[in-house]
Design a protein around this ligand. Structure first.
Ligand SMILES: Cc1cc2nc3c(=O)[nH]c(=O)nc-3n(C[C@H](O)[C@H](O)[C@H](O)COP(=O)(O)OP(=O)(O)OC[C@H]3O[C@@H](n4cnc5c(N)ncnc54)[C@H](O)[C@@H]3O)c2cc1C
Length: 418
C-alpha cells in the first residue's frame, strides 16, 4: 500500500487530521489496533450542564467525517515499526526520511505501508500504581473501569474503591456511581517512590485543584478554595485541618487523609486497608480502616504513548507537565524527523477536544507539506486552528496535568534548540 499520509491511531487527533488531509484530495490511511475507531474518546463521560456528555457520538461523528472525506480507516491493525524509506540516517541510526517512510503493520492489514508523511496519534497510556495485593482479580485500572462502565455498560463490581486522587480517578468514581455502583470511597495513593507525586497527598490535592475543572472536582469544603489549594503549601495546610473522617461529594466519600496500603482477598479482592497519611506522604499515627469491596480501580496517571516515534529516532524531551517524555515538536506538530508529525495524547496528555483540535492543525500542516494547499492559504487556516486548540484547552471539562502552559513553553524552547 502506498499513501500520501499514514495515520497511526484512530482517536480524535488521528481522525481530525485524516479528515483535513483527505478532503484536500490526498490519499490517507488510518491504522488502529482496536476493532472500532474513536480511541479513548469512546470511553468518556463528563458532566455537561445539568446532564452528561458521552464521547461515543463525538467519536462516531469524527470517524464518519474522515471516511466521507475519503480516508481509509483500517482497524485491528497494529503498527509496530516506522522506518525511513531510503535506508538509514547518519552513523547507521534511523534518521530523517526524505524519501518518505515505511510503516510495518500486523493484524487485519499485514505488511509494509509506504507513506510520504506520517502522523503518530497513538494517544496516552496509564501509569502503574503498585499496592500490595494489586494482582488480585477485581483490581483494575481506572481506564479499564471506564471501558467496562461507559462502553460495555458492565459494572466492575458492586462496592468499588478508587485509589488515586486525580481528575481521572474522580471522573471514574462519578461515572461508576452514575452507573449504579456503590463507590465506597476515593482514597489517596499509597506513599512511596512508585507512586511519585500522587503518593504525596498535598501534591495530589494541589494538582487536582490546579486542573481546569479542578474546582468542580473537589469535594466541599475544599471546592470554594480551589484556586488557593493549587499551591502545595496551602493544600498541605488545608489537609492538616480537615477532620480525619472522609468528606462527601456526589454521595462519594473522599478519604483525603488516608492512603490505601494493602488489598486483600482469597481468589478475589474483598478488603482494602486505609491508613492515615501526612500531607507530605508519610504514614501517620491513627486509626486503620478496612473497607469491604469487590472491585478496586487504580488511577496511576497518564503518560504519552511515544514508542513508535521514539524508536524511529525522533528527538524527545522529558516534560513532566505534559505527562513525561514527549517528542520535541514545532508549532505545526512536526517532529525532528522530516515528514513525521505527532498530535493528541502522544504529544502531551490533554482532553479529547484538545486532541481533535491539534489533529486539525497537524492535518493542515501536512496538507501544506504535501502541496495540497498553498502556503498563503495554510497560513490563515493554521492560525485559526491554533486558536481553536487554545479555546479547547480553556474549555476542557478535564485536564490531567495542571501546569500544561509551563510544559508547552519548555517544549517550545527545546524545539528552538534543535
Ligand atoms: C485511560 C485513559 C483515560 C482517559 N480518560 C479521559 C477522559 O475521561 N476525558 C478526556 O477528555 N480524556 C481522557 N483521556 C485522555 C485521552 O488521551 C484524550 O481524551 C484523547 O482521547 C486523546 O486523543 P488521541 O487521538 O491523541 O488518542 P486516543 O484517543 O488514545 O487514540 C489513540 C489510538 O491509537 C491507537 N494505537 C496506539 N498505538 C497504536 C499502534 N502502534 N498501532 C495501531 N494503533 C495504535 C489506539 O488503539 C487508540 O485507538 C484518557 C486517556 C487514557 C489513556
Amino acid at each position: 500500500m502506498e499513501v500520501d499520509l499514514a495515520v497511526v491511531g484512530a482517536g480524535p487527533a488521528g481522525l481530525a487530521a485524516a479528515r483535513e488531509v483527505a478532503r484536500r484530495g490526498a490519499t490517507v490511511a488510518v491504522f488502529d489496533e482496536h476493532p472500532v475507531t474513536g480511541g479513548r474518546l469512546r470511553c468518556q463521560l463528563h458532566p455537561a450542564g445539568r446532564g452528561w456528555s458521552s464521547g461515543r457520538p463525538k467519536a462516531e461523528e469524527l470517524a464518519e467525517a474522515a471516511r466521507a472525506a475519503g480516508a481509509r480507516l483500517l482497524t485491528e491493525t497494529s503498527v509496530w515499526g516506522l522506518f525511513p524509506r531510503n535506508g538509514r540516517g547518519h552513523g547507521g541510526r534511523p534518521g530523517p526520511g526524505p524519501g518518505g517512510w515505511v510503516l510495518q503493520c500486523t493484524g487485519w492489514h499485514t505488511g509494509p505501508v509506504t507513506a510520504r508523511t506520517v502522523l503518530v496519534a497513538t494517544g496516552a497510556t496509564e501509569g502503574a500504581l503498585p499496592v500490595p495485593g494489586w494482582t488480585l482479580p477485581g483490581v483494575i485500572t481506572a481506564g479499564a473501569a471506564q471501558v467496562l462502565a461507559n462502553v460495555h455498560r458492565v459494572l466492575p463490581g458492586r462496592r468499588v474503591l478508587v485509589v488515586g486522587l486525580d481528575p481521572l480517578g474522580v471522573a471514574v468514581a462519578r461515572s461508576l456511581a452514575l452507573a449504579g455502583a456503590e463507590v465506597v470511597g476515593v482514597a489517596q495513593a499509597p506513599p512511596g517512590p512508585a507512586s511519585g507525586r500522587r503518593g504525596v497527598p498535598a501534591r495530589a490535592l494541589a494538582d487536582l485543584a490546579g486542573s481546569v475543572a479542578g474546582g468542580s472536582l473537589l469535594p466541599p469544603p475544599l471546592r470554594l478554595a480551589a484556586r488557593g489549594l493549587a499551591r502545595e503549601g496551602l493544600a498541605g495546610f488545608a489537609l492538616r485541618r480537615l477532620p480525619a473522617r472522609p468528606v462527601k461529594r456526589w454521595g462519594i466519600p473522599f478519604y483525603l487523609r488516608q492512603a490505601v496500603t494493602e488489598l486483600r482477598g482469597t481468589g478475589q479482592v474483598t478488603e482494602a486497608r486505609l491508613e492515615p497519611v501526612s500531607p507530605d506522604g508519610r504514614l501517620a499515627d491513627g486509626k486503620t480502616l478496612w473497607l469491604v469491596v469487590d472491585a478496586v480501580c487504580l488511577s496511576g496517571g497518564l503518560h504519552p504513548l511515544i514508542e513508535l516515534v521514539a524508536a524511529a529516532g525522533a528527538r524527545l524531551a522529558c516534560v513532566p507537565e505534559l505527562g513525561g517524555r514527549v517528542p520535541v515538536t514545532g508549532p505545526d506538530f512536526q517532529t525532528t524527523l522530516e515528514g513525521v508529525y505527532v498530535a493528541g495524547g502522544a504529544a502531551g496528555v490533554e482532553g479529547a477536544d484538545v486532541a481533535a483540535a491539534q489533529g486539525t492543525l497537524a492535518g493542515l500542516a501536512i496538507a501544506e507539506t504535501l502541496g495540497r494547499i498553498s502556503r498563503a492559504e495554510a497560513g490563515g487556516l493554521k492560525q485559526r486552528a491554533r486558536l481553536a486548540v487554545k479555546l479547547a484547552r480553556r474549555q476542557a471539562p478535564i485536564t490531567f496535568h495542571p501546569r500544561i502552559h509551563a510544559g508547552l513553553r519548555r517544549l517550545r524552547a527545546c524545539w528552538h534548540e534543535t
